[in-house]
Write a protein that binds this ligand. Sequence first.
Ligand SMILES: Nc1ncnc2c1ncn2[C@@H]1O[C@H](COP(=O)(O)OP(=O)(O)OP(=O)(O)O)[C@@H](O)[C@H]1O
Length: 234
Amino acid sequence: MFEVRDLTAAYGPVTALDGVSFTAPKAKVTAVLGANGAGKTTLLRTVSGLVRPQRGQVVLDGDDITRAPVETMSSRGLAHVPEGRGVIAELTVEENLRLGALGGADRTRRGDTERVYELFPVIGDRRNATAHVLSGGERQMLVIGRALMAAPKVLLLDEPSLGLAPRIVAQILDLLRSLVESEGLTVVLVEQNARSALSIADLGVVLNLGTVVANDDAATLADDVQLRHAYLGF
Ligand SMILES: Nc1ncnc2c1ncn2[C@@H]1O[C@H](COP(=O)(O)OP(=O)(O)OP(=O)(O)O)[C@@H](O)[C@H]1O
């Protein structure tokens, strides 16, 4: 189980997270939603040690990992896929994947390229191609696959749907769903595309100006017309 307690972080005078608490249960997708500037990206960056919190805790399977150095996060079982689908364009798909195996907690499972190719056959078909030829959707699959190479317990994903066609978004979200079910992975999914995220999530946390305004089952949030209009944009 992954837990955030009273997490508070600021950029100079700007408070970006103000007392955020929620639990992401094992083998579930927890969607983190909210408008631009709500604090979603800062939440992931603080959890993975890129931003220092002023207050609060991040707890993974009972271990307090708040303020653990960012380079140790992978070996603690945390994988963060930031926004932007950064790959090394000159390296092949397979070489990019192998970079993901450098860390990782589970020595027996990490570094399994074949497993990633099974999950994402499109990536397997292009394993020897240089990454710069990939489409946006393929790049997104590659960066998720690269994160899986470390055999994480918790996958933090920032806006995987950004700029992708609806059909590709649906394909990627369906894959995430099946990963959670088949591998017992815990996913924290940051999305502006709240409707799509809630369609595959188990739980949802809605942020506004750095605070949690709703935290409930995904289906309950998706049925709440007032909440949708006020914070979720659909
Ligand atoms: N590097 C930074 N320096 C100063 N302020 C920042 C920085 N990054 C974010 N902020 C501010 O912190 C607040 C939260 O931003 P954050 O990017 O976490 O929100 P978000 O919900 O992820 O939005 P988006 O979807 O636009 O990325 C905003 O007020 C933003 O302007």
